[in-house]
Design a protein around this ligand. Sequence first.
Ligand SMILES: Cc1cc2nc3c(=O)[nH]c(=O)nc-3n(C[C@H](O)[C@H](O)[C@H](O)COP(=O)(O)OP(=O)(O)OC[C@H]3O[C@@H](n4cnc5c(N)ncnc54)[C@H](O)[C@@H]3O)c2cc1C
Length: 346
Amino acid sequence: MERAKVNQGINVKDYNDVWVIGELIDGKVHPVTIELIGEGRKLADKINKKLAVVVAGNGVKDVAEKLLRFGVDKVLYIEHELLKDFNTEGYAITISDLIKERKPEIVLLGATSIGRDIGPRIAAKTGTGLTADCTKLEIDETDGKLMQTRPAFGGNLMATIICPNNRPQMSTVRPGVMAKAEHVEKVTGEVEVIAPSLKEEDLRVKLVEKKDSGKKRVNLIDAKVVVSGGRGLKEASGFKLMQELADALGGEVGSSRAAVDAGWIESTHQVGQTGTTVRPDLYVACGISGAIQHQAGMHESKYIIAINKDKNAPIFEICDFGIVGDLFEIIPAMIEAVKEKHFLEI
Ligand SMILES: Cc1cc2nc3c(=O)[nH]c(=O)nc-3n(C[C@H](O)[C@H](O)[C@H](O)COP(=O)(O)OP(=O)(O)OC[C@H]3O[C@@H](n4cnc5c(N)ncnc54)[C@H](O)[C@@H]3O)c2cc1C
């Protein structure tokens, strides 16, 4: 089969600027957008180009304007009544059209469910590549290309990927990995409203109804304390102990993938390479061996406490405080100590 020749003959020099594809959900900005702005600013400054954020929606220009406070040069606000709620085709079509017209050199998206949904479609529509789940982005000093680093082969090595011949250079970045942009003292950028030509027949899927699942949302990314349990908990009821400690410390419950795979807890709690990346002030790993894929999602925590009965468990190599012993004896004692306020406040 002949390879697709979608983008042959492009001149990479025609492409300029760094774009962040932002996410507005119910009129609120997803935190990953602010993280990508922080990273995008660094990349844009390195290659001496401008930084723009693209957001789509309807009637939310005021929210789009707020993004200027983070020091972006431009907000490209795509406004259309069919973009009021997220829909895959509407977003992918309008953003791809804008990319084709304006030719950004670098495009960053969050590796969220929205970013993972539209990222590959935009890459296919614009005839370029996409590096998913990047953990590091740098500019090659020699030729100005974007070096996109991500875990490969089950996280056992890090691969740095470039997109030499096609543009834009596109990456998705996992939430929680990059540091958030700060507010700037003086806003200099502006909002440009884009009116796309989008028709109802362009969208094959229609939103009929929105329903709340009724489940409590875990917010591991913003949590100051995360208490995570692994296979060492033995069974689902072990997570009651995790919840009790998390409640005592004012934190959220996380887990290893082994615990999720065993069906003891929902995947939204999973920390690691294929789960959420967290960087809380305190991470308590209980009955978790510390596989490289788990470490990938929590090693940047400020303090790590590990409780494991195997003194050779890899988690002890990266923790600040390690307790070798049975978690079923240690955790209840910790809960009691915290409740009695014998625990150090950090
Ligand atoms: C592509 C890929 C992606 C992956 N992504 C992730 C990911 O995102 N997150 C993730 O976590 N894993 C991920 N994994 C899986 C990962 O490799 C490990 O298998 C997993 O992290 C192991 O989970 P665990 O530490 O709970 O279990 P185990 O490795 O089985 O460790 C259980 C630990 O509990 C200890 N223990 C047992 N009983 C007690 C007790 N009573 N008291 C104290 N300690 C006790 C044991 O000594 C042991 O160290 C991924 C793997 C692959 C290949």
